[in-house]
Design a protein around this ligand. Structure first.
Ligand code: A2P
Length: 334
């Protein structure tokens, strides 16, 4: 599977890449690797990535700020070393954290990830949030009163530094995450723009189907990568648990029963059928396997419409603690 080949027919377990606007392609499903470090056993991520490669996953979504990028890298290195895959079969997305937005920090920050992963390039590097924080050693910088310390955000300047990383061959594609329409337009309308964002990674699932943002992104050839496609782990520390559990939804479960599938598989199939990339997180072998078994059934137009109708335009991941940031993205309609 070369990095530029993509499927123009029905996606299969072996080939489910879709094209990006820069000539590269991205697999429709990847393994999410975000987990709370405090409660996750050491090596859980490493083991999950190895299992996932054996199952057939080739796409891994990670970030320096998740604190486990070295585990992802070690698992991939071992699977390359034992001949299961080659580095070029693997698709890795990394993320630029909020404290590293100043343009001169972008390349060294990417190089830090490359060092942890032991890669000489990554496939996709995205601005994790449009919210610049005060640079420094603190990941979540705060003053003595607990107030978050922000930094003037210049999304275009940060974007130009990402463009330079692509030109230097350190990353194949560049994109953004959690950007609203206005913030995307800021980049798209930038004078001298060299590369459009290839993706916008945002929360997306049957309760937040993102119809307007999706239409806008389609118009500009930007692929949506949907995070929390299963409705998150429902950790009340960062998840809006007022929204019911997605996987208990009666419509998803009745469609699942028809195909002898699970609600999780239906939620994932729904997204890939509408060309939204999904990155379900699981560190459990059975569920890693289950989440990949979405290429042997398809939903009818009526079922797709019934799932579209579940949209509540509500977020599990509201990030309200940063609502006072001037670039907080979720106050706009989309
Ligand atoms: P685990 O890692 O124990 O499997 P999201 O990707 O939407 O953020 O969801 C991730 C959460 O969903 C994790 O808590 C994960 O737990 C759980 N999960 C992953 N796959 C499944 C599945 N097939 N069925 C039920 N829960 C799942």
């Amino acid at each position: 599977m070369s990095s530029t080949k993509f499927t123009e027919v029905n996606p299969t377990a072996q080939n489910h890449r879709i094209p990006l606007n820069d000539g590269n392609s991205i697999p429709l499903i990847g393994l999410g690797t975000y987990s709370t470090l405090r409660t996750t056993p050491k090596d859980a991520c490493y083991n999950a990535v190895k299992v996932a490669i054996d199952v057939g996953y080739r796409h891994f979504d990670g970030a320096w700020v998740y604190g486990n990028e070295h585990e992802v890298g070690r698992a991939i290195q071992e699977k390359v070393a034992d001949g299961t895959v080659s580095r070029d079969d693997i698709y890795y997305c990394g993320k630029l954290w909020n404290t590293c937005h100043p343009p001169e920090m972008v390349r060294p920050t990417l190089e830090k990830s490359l060092g942890l992963l032991k890669f000489d390039y990554i496939d996709l590097y995205i601005i994790e949030l449009p919210l610049a924080f005060k640079p420094g050693d603190e990941i979540y910088p705060r003053d003595e009163n607990g107030k978050y310390l922000y930094h003037p955000t210049d999304l275009c300047a940060t974007w130009e530094a990402l463009e330079a990383c692509k030109d230097a061959g350190l990353v194949k594609s560049i994109g953004v995450s959690n950007f609203n329409r206005r913030q995307l337009e800021q980049i798209l309308n930038k004078s001298g723009l060299k590369y459009k964002p290839a993706v916008n990674q945002v929360e997306c699932h049957p309760y937040l189907t993102q119809p307007k943002l999706r239409e806008f992104c389609n118009l500009h050839g930007i692929v949506i990568v949907g995070y929390s496609p299963l409705g998150t782990c429902r950790d009340p520390l960062w998840v809006n648990t007022k929204i019911p559990s997605l996987l208990e939804d009666p419509v998803l479960n009745s469609v699942a029963a028809k195909y002898k599938k699970t609600s999780a598989q239906v939620a994932l199939r729904y997204q890939i059928q509408r060309k939204i990339v999904v990155i379900p997180k699981s560190f459990n072998s059975e569920r890693i396997k289950q989440n990949f078994e979405i290429f042997d059934f398809s939903l009818t137009d009526e079922e797709m419409k019934a799932i579209d109708a579940l949209n509540r335009n509500e977020r599990y991941v509201e990030l309200l603690i940063w609502k006072d940031h001037p670039e907080y993205p979720f106050s706009d309609d989309y």
